[in-house]
Ligand binder design. Structure first.
Ligand SMILES: Nc1nc2c(ncn2[C@@H]2O[C@H](COP(=O)(O)OP(=O)(O)O)[C@@H](O)[C@H]2O)c(=O)[nH]1
Ligand SMILES: [Mg+2]
Length: 702
């Protein structure tokens, strides 16, 4: 391994909709290349990639996992392939984004029967944002109703004319094992014994014409962006060398998305896919250098994959494992990392010692001496390093642009079941956030609840299950409280309250007259002292204001904050001996409560501005649902094949929205939201909220 060069590395990510076969493809690659000597399966829970307890139980990938293997290109040179298998469920989209950031090529799997699914569409979109080369594998060609032509058409309609067939199946459906390869111009006859071996045969006469046409299309796709090649193409003068270079460049520059055929669980098509990746896939030396901001000069620099430069590495995932500690997965962008090196975390300015460097195959780890630029590897037990941090030489700290993770779209309130577990819960939530930046936690003082935010129900459930298995913490989750507000709509003039206790000993005396007036939305609170002639001495006035402020914080109707009120203190009286601050505070509190009820009080609720994106055919369902949630549609526009509705929705009507939208749109709808403003709660809903509150209070006081 010591002689490995950056040019000999390929970093690939496996992406696509859940269930399209990504994990089994990684299993097939490891088996074919001799890393493993058995072919694991999802059902038996023994794949290299899905090794976590929750992945085995649920039979889906949840975390990205890193694997690697060696293969040879057609010149006989060794190639190291790093593989990142990603989860297909939208809830774990952060893992896909992290994988795309550090891989140069993505193999996008598409189910040969189901065709384009939500995960196909979204993962392709992410490759576009990130600039990854894409190889399309039409998988499960061994299933009964596999329809290669139809699926390729769907793919081309969606991804564009860059999609070109490199292989087509000869006997798709049950027993599928023969493929025509139009790059090699051979028929590949696979042995269905799962070993993945095949023999090359001449293309049968009846398929020759079809193969020629596809080959022409492929070459045209390669040549189309290049005048010199195009000219040669029309003159029939393209050499094999031209084609090879064109394939390589087409893949790198996203001018070509070649289509391959696979039935990965029978290990058919895996070997040829590997061959193609080794021969035509870009190495880290071929791709555009990553940009990073220099902390010394504040300028952006290009980080070149130069082995002799100072080391720069980027942490794309952290994951803690029982009995081992926290793993940091990284890509080396420049220089090399050797075990025992002291580097700096440019985000935290802390020195980190990389004591041991590991190469990973799922949970199997192997100590390695070094990782060179372009390679993916892991270290364990860094002191204070998290996902998105750049680690580099002390003398020249740089920051690689972070992975942009999606905003959360589901929120729940969380409580420990056992008293006394509060601190433990807070610590564990914090550590989950550090491992997974798409999971957020905060304490909302407004509603006195700890809130957890994530990508959806499965995401949050996974975290709750891990709290149990990892920290033995039992928790309850509920819909968060709604931060209602209370305010008034009319004036209550000259509201009077006299607090007087004058029996035995020193008495209490405070007397205020106040006027309450509504203020425009968002103005909060205003206190006006209009006392003249010292009817209330100056020293008691702050106590009056304090009584009102405290009452407003605790609410009058349902215990929610009172907002947008002006209070004028107009008159009162005092007693030279009995008056004190407390008496005035009490008088003000009572006067405020009384006046508030007289001033036409109302409840306000938070309204969110929500953008909902979904395919057009679901317009009726989505907009109907918005109306049933008291939503107000502000506008509609189309964005490519998608429809976008912008609307105002009350927060109280949004519980479970992320699941609802997915079910309404067959998983294809997404939304984002942000707080907009407060609005009056409709009367019939308001009385329900108030009576529920009063009922609860009465129960508590029993
Ligand atoms: N028939 C058939 N089933 C497959 C093939 N590839 C994967 N599967 C099955 O499809 C299911 C999902 O596979 P998996 O690798 O977990 O998909 P992932 O979600 O994309 O990782 C598993 O039961 C696999 O055994 C294939 O080529 N043919
Ligand atoms: Mg998987």
């Amino acid at each position: 391994m010591a002689e490995l060069k950056t040019e000999q590395i390929r970093n690939i990510s496996l992406i696509g909709h859940g269930g399209s076969g990504k994990t089994i493809l990684s299993e097939g690659i490891l088996y074919t290349t001799g890393v493993t000597n058995r072919f694991g399966s999802i059902e038996e829970g023994n794949t290299v990639s899905d090794f976590n307890k929750d992945e085995i139980e649920k039979q889906i990938s949840i975390n990205l996992s890193l694997m690697n293997t060696m293969w040879k290109n057609s010149k006989g040179e060794k190639i190291k392939i790093n593989i990142i298998d990603t989860p297909g469920f939208m809830d774990f989209v952060g893992e896909v984004k992290a994988a795309l950031k550090v891989t140069d090529i993505s193999v996008l799997l598409v189910d040969a029967f189901k065709g384009i699914e939500v995960g196909t569409e979204s993962s392709f979109k992410f490759t576009k944002e990130n600039g990854n080369g894409v190889i399309i594998a039409i998988n499960k060609l061994d299933t009964e109703n596999a329809n290669f032509d139809d699926v390729v058409k769907q793919v081309r309609d969606l991804f564009g004319p860059e999609v070109a067939i490199a292989q087509f199946p000869v006997n798709q459906g049950m027993g599928f094992h023969i493929i025509v390869d139009v790059i090699k111009m051979k028929q590949l006859n696979f042995n269905p014994n799962k070993k993945g071996e095949f023999v090359e045969e001449e293309i049968p006469a009846e398929l020759k014409e079809k193969a020629d046409i596809y080959r022409q299309n492929l070459i045209e796709a390669i040549a189309s962006e290049d005048e010199v090649l195009m000219e040669k193409f029309f003159d029939g003068a393209l050499t094999e060398e031209d084609i090879r270079n064109g394939l390589k460049r087409g893949l790198l520059e996203r001018k070509l998305f070649p289509v391959f055929c696979t039935a990965v669980h029978n290990n058919i098509g895996v070997r040829t896919l590997l061959d193609f990746i080794c021969d035509y896939g870009p190495s880290p030396a071929d791709v555009k250098p990553v940009k990073a901001k220099s902390k010394n000069s504040n300028n952006y620099l290009e980080i070149k994959p130069d082995l002799n430069a100072e080391p720069v590495l980027f942490v794309f995932k952290t994951m803690s494992e029982r009995n081992v500690g926290e793993f940091s997965y990284f890509r080396v962008y420049s220089g090399k990392v050797t075990a025992g090196m002291d580097l700096i975390n440019a985000n935290t300015d802390k020195i980190e010692r990389l004591s041991t460097v590991y190469s990973l195959n799922g949970k199997e780890r192997k100590e390695i001496e070094e990782a060179i630029c372009g390679d993916l590897a892991a270290v364990v037990k860094l002191k204070d390093t998290h996902t998105n941090n750049t680690i580099c030489a002390k003398s020249n700290p740089v920051l690689i642009d972070p992975i942009i993770f999606p905003e959360p779209n589901m929120t729940l309130a969380i409580y420990p079941k056992r008293k006394g577990d509060e601190d433990k819960m807070a610590t564990s939530l914090h550590s989950f956030h550090e491992e997974d930046p798409t999971f957020l936690v905060n304490y909302d003082a407004d509603i006195s609840q700890t809130l957890i935010h994530g990508q959806g129900e499965i995401h949050l459930n996974t975290i709750i299950n891990r709290m149990k298995s990892k920290y033995n913490l039992d928790v309850d989750v509920v819909e968060p409280k709604i931060p209602y507000r209370e305010t008034i709509k009319s004036v209550a003039k000259d509201v009077e309250y006299k607090h007087k206790k004058q029996t035995g000993g020193r008495g209490q005396y405070g007397h205020v007259v106040i006027t309450l007036e509504p203020l425009p939305r968002g103005q909060g609170f205003e206190f006006v002292d209009e006392i003249v002639g010292g009817v209330i001495p100056n020293r008691f006035i702050p106590a009056v204001e304090k009584g009102i402020v405290e009452t407003m914080a605790n609410g009058v109707l349902i215990g929610s904050k009172v907002v947008d009120v002006r209070v004028r203190l107009t008159f009162g009286s005092y007693h030279t001996v009995d008056s004190d601050e407390l008496s005035f505070k009490l008088a003000a509190t009572m006067a405020f409560k009384k006046g508030f009820k007289e001033a036409n009080p109302v409840l306000l609720e938070p309204i969110y501005e929500v953008d909902i994106k979904f395919p057009e055919e679901f317009m009726g369902a989505v907009s109907g649902d918005v109306s049933s949630r008291r939503g107000r549609i502000l506008g509609m526009e189309s964005e490519g094949r998608l429809q976008v509705i912008k609307c105002h929705l009350p927060l109280s009507e949004m519980s479970g929205y992320s699941s609802r939208l997915r079910s309404l749109t067959q998983g294809r709808g997404t939304y984002s939201r942000k707080f907009s403003h407060y609005e009056e709660v409709p009367k019939e809903i308001e009385s329900k909220i108030i009576s529920e509150y009063e009922k609860r209070k009465a129960e508590e006081n029993k």
